[in-house]
Design a protein around this ligand. Sequence first.
Ligand code: NAD
Length: 262
Amino acid sequence: MASLPPISTKLAHYPSLQGQRVFITGGGTGIGAAMVEAFAQQGAQVAFVDFAETESLALVDKIAAAGHVKPWFCQCDVRDVPALQKAVADATTALGDFSTLINNVARDDRHTLESVTPEYWEERMAVNQRPAFFAIQAIVPGMKRLGGGSIINFGSTGWQTKGSTYPCYAIAKSAVNGLTRGLAGSLGQDRIRVNTISPGWVMTERQIKMWLNEEGEKDIQRNQCLPDKLQPSDVARMALFLASDDGAMCTAQEFKVDAGWN
Ligand SMILES: NC(=O)c1ccc[n+]([C@@H]2O[C@H](COP(=O)([O-])OP(=O)(O)OC[C@H]3O[C@@H](n4cnc5c(N)ncnc54)[C@H](O)[C@@H]3O)[C@@H](O)[C@H]2O)c1
């Protein structure tokens, strides 16, 4: 393949994100961290939860040192629903109502059909499915007070391309479109938009360390339309658009950021 010039970095600035309050689950590393940073760069006040304390505090320091609004962080295991709801309540008390919620947290651990016990099944749903519903339940009253909001649920293209190494994760992720479409109608009456972002294979620290190998590199070249590897910041830019006033009439949709794989 002929070598291409670098990808353009002339990116959008959204005036409507200035001062917006954004709540993100799993914001300490990976795509979540890219979103925490991207929203802070737009002048938004971000609050995030994660169970990885060291990485999260380092991210908060990095953003504050760059001169952006310091993100609010609370260590929280989202499998504990009351703890997640308390984090939302504490963040609301500290900062005010949130106009954007990003349900990002997930863990794509590998498993086989044969290995799954009822306990493992429950644990997979407790991290990959349940937190999004209860975070929405906790955040929506504040969005109603604000007169609208944007909820962004993270799906995946993995199950859509028949990724077969994580059936429970695939089940949980396929339900994200149901969550989005099941709430968009009723919440839309309050101008609360609900959308899914489904990433392709994104080169987070975890993906590179755990799963990217020579075969994976070949898969990317074979399946993506575009030659470049997806970065967390590529996905964050879709979230910025959906949270901004520019996305005002987008709801009940799934937006794929997968370089054309699916
Ligand atoms: N990276 C990809 O290739 C890819 C592909 C498709 C979909 N996605 C989706 O994008 C979203 C972000 O994925 P990612 O790759 O950045 O994930 P990641 O594993 O890199 O990061 C997830 C974050 O969530 C945190 N976390 C995990 N379990 C937690 C728990 N129980 N309580 C609190 N925090 C917890 C982790 O500490 C981490 O900071 C997920 O919803 C994922 O399903 C990612």
